[in-house]
Design a binder for this molecule. Structure first.
Ligand SMILES: [Zn+2]
Length: 321
């Protein structure tokens, strides 16, 4: 099992396994697409590996975890509109956790994407998290650390996933996903070090088009071309959700443009380096504040169900100043 990037977390997991100090609960958190589930699976492998060099990746137990057929690795099933976990699911897991493992020394319960896990489900799980039987390992993944309630959070080891370097992302795309070097380069330009996003981006022409629009919009803002800004924004009037994504991506471009003034090659968040660089040359701190505030206010308005057309028209005015 080859994992690209996140060496610090992987090495910590190996050390905990080697010293027999695997905790009872951990939260792997960070942006979607950066390998949270892969790291959770690696953690499960390390906890269950039968070799002295956990996770070896070759013993029977490691292979079963990789194939998702290990009887002591249980993925909690999602349910409901918010993609959370039902109280019934959690109760069943709490009962099952008391029973000794089938195969190995531990039972690993994985709760993926916990951002939609409501407080009822978490409170039902609280006792197991506070006083787990010695063989239990609970692994949670989420976008944000505060997806878990403070009472839960105080009992788990938090592990923050980081984006890969562009080079690691290029390697992952060409080696593990069989992309051409040219495609890998385009995807890395658009998605930075988020491998999951890069793979999705290459498969999704709508996402590629959105990246082009964000780049064009950033360039228009840099050139203070009010006609061009309004023309691009007008293309999003009919779709509130896509307009919200556009604003999020634009805000990251603004952030990159500002940071580029202080560091020549900063870690990127935006989807187009060239236009961010162009904007960076024109951007005073006070203009950045104005632009950032305008984008935030527009995003809030979209969330508050204000007319998309009006919101984007107002934003267009603010972006061209
Ligand atoms: Zn192993």
């Amino acid at each position: 099992m080859k994992i690209y990037g996140n060496d610090a977390i992987l090495s910590l997991i190996r050390t905990m396994a080697a010293q027999d100090r695997i905790p009872h609960a951990a939260l792997i958190f960070g942006e979607k697409g950066m390998g949270r589930r892969t790291i959770a699976r690696y953690f499960a492998m390390a906890a269950l590996c039968k070799s002295g060099n956990a996770p070896c990746g070759t013993c029977k137990s490691c292979r079963k975890v990789m194939q998702d057929i290990h009887p002591d690795v249980i993925w909690a099933e999602h349910s409901g509109k918010k993609n959370g976990f039902s109280v019934e699911t959690v109760r069943t897991i709490c009962k099952d956790a008391i029973v000794a493992p089938n195969d190995g020394e531990r039972k690993v319960y994985l709760f993926a994407d916990c951002d939609g896990m409501d407080s009822r489900a978490q409170n039902t799980l609280l006792k197991l998290t506070e006083e787990p039987p010695p063989h239990v390992l609970l692994l949670f993944t989420a976008e944000h650390r505060n997806a878990l309630l403070p009472t839960m959070l105080s009992r788990v080891v938090p592990l923050a996933v980081r984006p890969c370097s562009p080079e690691e992302c290029r390697m992952a795309l060409t080696e593990a996903h069989e992309c051409s070097p040219a495609d890998a380069e385009r995807a890395v330009q658009a998605c930075g070090g988020n491998i999951g996003n890069a793979v999705e981006w290459l498969e999704d022409t709508d996402k590629q088009e959105l990246t082009r629009q964000v780049a064009a919009l950033t360039e228009a803002v840099a050139k203070r071309s009010s006609y061009e800004v309004l023309r691009i924004l007008a293309g999003f009037e009919k779709d509130r959700q896509t307009a919200a994504v556009l604003l999020r991506l634009l805000d990251r471009q603004l952030r990159d443009a500002l940071v580029m003034q202080y560091r020549p090659d900063p870690p990127r968040m935006g989807c187009d380096q060239r236009s961010a660089q162009l904007l960076s040359g024109q951007l005073s701190l006070s203009r950045f504040r104005k632009l950032h505030t305008a984008v935030q206010e527009a995003a809030d308005a979209l969330q508050a169900s204000v007319s998309v057309k009006l919101t984007l028209a107002a934003l267009g005015g603010a972006l061209s100043v």
